[in-house]
Design a binder for this molecule. Structure first.
Ligand SMILES: NC(=O)c1ccc[n+]([C@@H]2O[C@H](COP(=O)([O-])OP(=O)(O)OC[C@H]3O[C@@H](n4cnc5c(N)ncnc54)[C@H](OP(=O)(O)O)[C@@H]3O)[C@@H](O)[C@H]2O)c1
Length: 309
């Protein structure tokens, strides 16, 4: 890991070679990231949950350096199998990109224990399972862990409470790991994307409708207008976002190749702004920024667009 390669004015980069595992590569940011890392020179093991998603990805990979594996990060046997495959095929691991994720939306009053556990299983516990299983391989290669969080890793947004809980926790997991693993040479970075148009947004809208459907009618009625306006506003924000999956993939590449990787990278000005506001603004001012979202709680019908910071 001593060789460095010049790469732009901001600093020097390590050459992009060795093996990298990307979880959640069937769609959206993970898919783009797997293809970008392959194109730059890494051997990529793309984690998908369905064989057909892996085969589709293979047809899109152009350099013969991408393979896929069935990895469900909430299934310990599948996580162990991934580590065994990496050991057999590559011998070591330069990078583990913990990208897989879901978003369980809805007012917290509508989120039951099973839904919260599922959110945390995928966005937190599953990542720690992947990290634990792959750490011996990462140590062998002075490898890097890249944990994908979100602009909501520092700001808890109404109606995305369960997701925010998971993202805050993943930030804490990353900070603790970075400090614990520093002596072993394994570096840990967070990549926090802002809003980027991917399939996650339509999944969020559908899941939000389901959350209302599962709640007791009186509770659902209380939140219906506000939640629907919120989900609609969010979808519009994602569609209007100027940050692309390619921006995200290039940010992950930086985290994997910067000679001195940062603790945190942002992909999107909105994610950076959310973190900054969370640090600078006192709680009453932050609360005020979110009042628009909850203004319709108790209102009879959905109206207009609700701004999200
Ligand atoms: N897009 C954004 O605006 C945005 C903003 C902030 C943060 N993020 C974060 O970025 C990451 C990627 O999101 P995305 O926008 O690309 O969403 P996406 O298109 O919905 O992709 C999510 C990926 O995670 C996979 N996944 C879900 N549960 C899994 C499990 N148990 N085991 C393994 N893989 C699993 C999905 O696989 P299946 O296809 O098999 O379900 C899919 O490949 C997520 O962690 C998300 O929280 C996204």
């Amino acid at each position: 890991m001593n060789a460095t390669a010049p790469h732009g004015p901001r600093g020097r980069r390590l050459p992009p070679h060795g093996a990298v595992v990307v979880t959640g590569a069937s769609s959206g940011l993970g898919r783009e990231c797997a293809l970008e890392l392959e194109s730059r020179g890494f051997q990529v093991l793309a984690g998908v949950r369905r064989e057909e998603d892996g085969e589709k990805l293979l047809t899109e990979a152009r350099y013969g350096r991408l393979r896929h594996a069935l990895i469900d990060i909430t299934d310990e046997a599948s996580v162990r199998a991934s580590a065994e495959l990496v050991a057999d095929r590559y011998g070591g691991l330069r990078g583990l990109v913990n990208n897989a994720g879901i978003c369980v939306p809805g007012p917290l009053e509508c989120i039951d224990g099973d839904q919260l556990r599922h959110q945390l299983d995928v966005n937190l516990v599953g990542h720690l399972s992947m990290i634990r299983a792959h750490l011996p391989l990462l140590r062998r290669s002075n490898g890097r862990i890249v944990n994908v969080t979100s602009g909501l890793g520092k700001t808890a947004v109404p109606f995305l409470g369960a997701y925010s809980v998971a993202q805050f926790a993943k930030e804490a997991l990353s900070d603790a790991l970075r400090r614990e693993l520093a002596p072993s040479g394994v570096r840990v970075s967070i990549v926090a994307p802002g809003a980027i148009l991917t399939p996650i947004w339509s999944k969020v809208s559908q899941a939000g409708e389901r959350a209302l459907g599962d709640a007791p009618p009186a509770v659902a009625d209380l939140y219906r207008s506000a939640l629907q306006a919120f989900l609609e506003g969010n979808a519009q924000l994602a569609m209007a976002s100027r940050t692309t999956p390619e921006d995200f993939a290039r940010t992950v590449l930086r985290a994997l190749t910067d000679v001195r990787p940062r603790a945190r990278y942002w992909a999107g000005a909105d994610a950076r702004r959310a973190a900054l506001l969370a640090r600078l603004l006192p709680d009453p001012l932050l609360d005020r920024r979110f009042r628009g979202i909850t203004a319709l709680v108790g209102a009879p019908g959905p109206v207009g667009r609700t701004p999200v910071p």
